[in-house]
Design a protein around this ligand. Sequence first.
Ligand SMILES: NC(=O)c1ccc[n+]([C@@H]2O[C@H](COP(=O)([O-])OP(=O)(O)OC[C@H]3O[C@@H](n4cnc5c(N)ncnc54)[C@H](O)[C@@H]3O)[C@@H](O)[C@H]2O)c1
Length: 362
Amino acid sequence: MPATDQVPLRVGVVGLGFAGTTALDAFSSLPGVEVVALAGQEQPRLDELADTRGVPHRYHDWEDLVAREDLDVVSIGVPNHLHAPIAIAALASGKHVFCEKPLAPTGALAQTMVDAARDADRVLEIAFNHRRRADVRYLRRYLDEHDIGRIYHARSSWRRRSGIPGLGSWFTNRQMAGGGAMVDLGPHMLDIALFLMDEPRVERVSAVTYGELGRGGRGGSRNAKTTGGNRAFEVEDFASALLRLDTGGSIHLETSWASYSADEEDIAVELLGSTGGVRLFVRDYATDGTIRIFGDEGGAPIVTIPTVHVPAGHHLAVIEEFVATVRSGAWANAYGDSALHRSRVIDAVYRSADEHREVEVA
Ligand SMILES: NC(=O)c1ccc[n+]([C@@H]2O[C@H](COP(=O)([O-])OP(=O)(O)OC[C@H]3O[C@@H](n4cnc5c(N)ncnc54)[C@H](O)[C@@H]3O)[C@@H](O)[C@H]2O)c1
């Protein structure tokens, strides 16, 4: 680890899957940060990760890790239903929390986490890593520096041809996950759209959800998880929602774990302004050529394609920001409120789909 004159920040990481491993590697790579404890239930993986990363303390259950008194930070990368209990226990014992998205399976549970952060006066940061993509940051800067008029509508979507992350695992269990494609992919796509639109509030939602492929045992990801759950498919594999904003504008948010459509996998965000537009389109994790800027010149339409390369490492960027906030000692705006609004919107998507009508966001 590079030298630093700061007291090391002591981190405990919970979870050994993609999320836990990514957080473990990101925290471990930062100067002045030590991962001293790791928890997870797959013993061989726990041993392998702890041995290769030099983590001295390992636990099967999160409760034993959170009970350590010497931790400054707990990082949460476990199934969604465990985010709230782990975060609340960690915050109540004075630790800062870095939590995977979604904050929780429901907005009500997400609220209890934000309340716990405020009560304990500790940071609650959420892994909105996609917002830290180089192309999203480029667009944010572009919009700060250029006028595209009134941004009245956004289309934001994450679509997979065949990518249900674990048919029958915790991902497709309603109680453990909170929902399907919308609760899993929706937080990222909603986050990017709201971030680029200067954080309007979503007031009303009209949505539909379907589970046509998953219910028939189709659409599973090749990298499917098989842990947790009850083998059933209880959630949606496709959701589409119209969100009405307090600015008078709107967002069309669409998420698909699986559908019979042409593309393998793509992420898209398009902003329509009254005098210009911008578009992010990432097919199959492309790292170049993902941005288009639309405008007029001399009365004729023009399209600009800026040169922006998108390296990996978006988790590292959000974890760096989290560590900087903790180190700054100034975290009065870092109790997770903006993630809570995203959770409330996703709640409203499910409520609207269940009730077949437009609903208000709580
Ligand atoms: N931000 C992103 O891009 C991103 C990507 C993938 C996953 N995620 C999120 O990360 C979280 C985990 O996803 P994943 O794909 O890594 O899941 P996973 O199923 O691969 O891993 C879950 C881990 O949680 C551990 N765990 C479960 N119960 C536990 C307990 N009682 N005590 C200790 N450990 C326990 C398991 O042992 C396992 O190691 C989810 O909330 C998911 O939405 C975010």
